[in-house]
Design a protein around this ligand. Structure first.
Ligand code: HEC
Length: 121
């Protein structure tokens, strides 16, 4: 029984730190200058992106590729996103943040959080 509880705690902490990793990359690469989880800025909100692609493994892989090599024609009413010359592994973590973890944050707090956290960089 003790082991079961322990493994739950370990899995919980691991999944939490993975979610954090995506968010840290999002701030480190300055994505938050143009994006936010729930509001449109220069780029579409992650909510709109998540609604378009879903959260399957295939969606994460597709979005990871689009972060490295954006396709502005996917979002004709927006300006162009600059390409990101980052490792595919990082793009996957970012895509997971865009499609899944960012959508678990609280809508009313996120933009304030973004601003507070980007002050540290
Ligand atoms: C200078 C502003 C800017 C920055 C910085 C930026 N984006 Fe974007 N992003 C856009 C715009 C504008 C679009 C819509 C047009 C396009 O895709 O070119 C977009 C689209 C996207 C899409 C949808 C792609 C598609 O084709 O459906 C994703 C995902 C995305 N951005 C993630 C990110 C991530 C992750 C970062 C940081 C690594 C980032 N963006 C940084 C402006 C930006």
């Amino acid at each position: 029984m003790k082991n079961v509880i322990l493994s739950f705690i370990v899995i919980f902490l691991l999944s939490k730190s993975q979610a954090q990793e995506g968010k840290q990359l999002y701030i480190k690469h300055g994505c938050n200058a143009c994006h936010s989880p729930f509001e449109r800025k220069t780029g579409p909100s992650f909510k709109e992106i998540a609604q378009r692609y879903g959260s399957s493994k295939a969606a994460i892989e597709k979005v990871a590729k689009l972060i490295i090599k954006p396709k502005p024609s996917n979002w004709p009413s927006f300006a162009y996103m600059p390409p990101y010359n980052i490792p595919y592994e990082e793009a996957l973590k970012l895509a997971e943040y865009v499609l899944i973890h960012s959508q678990k944050e609280k809508p009313s707090k996120t933009s304030v959080d973004d601003n507070l956290e980007s002050d540290h960089f």
